[in-house]
Ligand binder design. Structure first.
Ligand code: COA
Length: 100
């Protein structure tokens, strides 16, 4: 496949909690509306079902998700034992309430 995209809507352990797990567009194909199309699809599904959606955003995508109604609810710093010499990375928990 020329374009590699990964989007999975996984239902958490508790019912009624869709979680956006991975969203990635091959850099060669970014800024062509691909991620927006996928996210629109997921958000429409969540709206139809009346479900609140959750995700954890990378710093790169932090300003991307609010365009789709996601609101930042928590920021945390991550460190990995494997890369303990590197500075912590900020990660952002976001929530989107159903619309319509
Ligand atoms: C975030 C990402 C998935 C966006 O993919 P994309 O296919 O280029 O996005 P789109 O072309 O659909 O962009 C839709 C809109 O969001 C904007 N946008 C795209 N990437 C953005 C970013 N990183 N931050 C803010 N806005 C962004 C576009 O300019 C466009 O705006 P417009 O409709 O006003 O023109 C892509 O940059 C990516 O794969 N990043 C690296 C992996 C990553 O961090 N993923 C998120 C993990 S939580």
């Amino acid at each position: 496949m020329l374009v590699r995209l990964a989007l999975s809507m996984k239902y958490g352990e508790r019912a009624n909690r869709p979680v956006l797990k991975i969203l990635y567009t091959n850099p060669e194909y970014q800024h062509r509306g691909v991620a927006a199309a996928l996210l629109d699809w997921g958000c429409r599904k969540a709206d139809q079902l009346g479900l609140t959606t959750y995700l954890e955003s990378s710093p790169v995508a932090r300003d991307f998700y609010p365009k789709f109604g996601f609101i930042e609810t928590k920021t945390y710093s991550l460190t990995w034992d494997r890369w303990s010499d590197r500075p912590p990375v900020q990660w952002f928990q976001m929530v989107r309430k159903p619309e319509g």
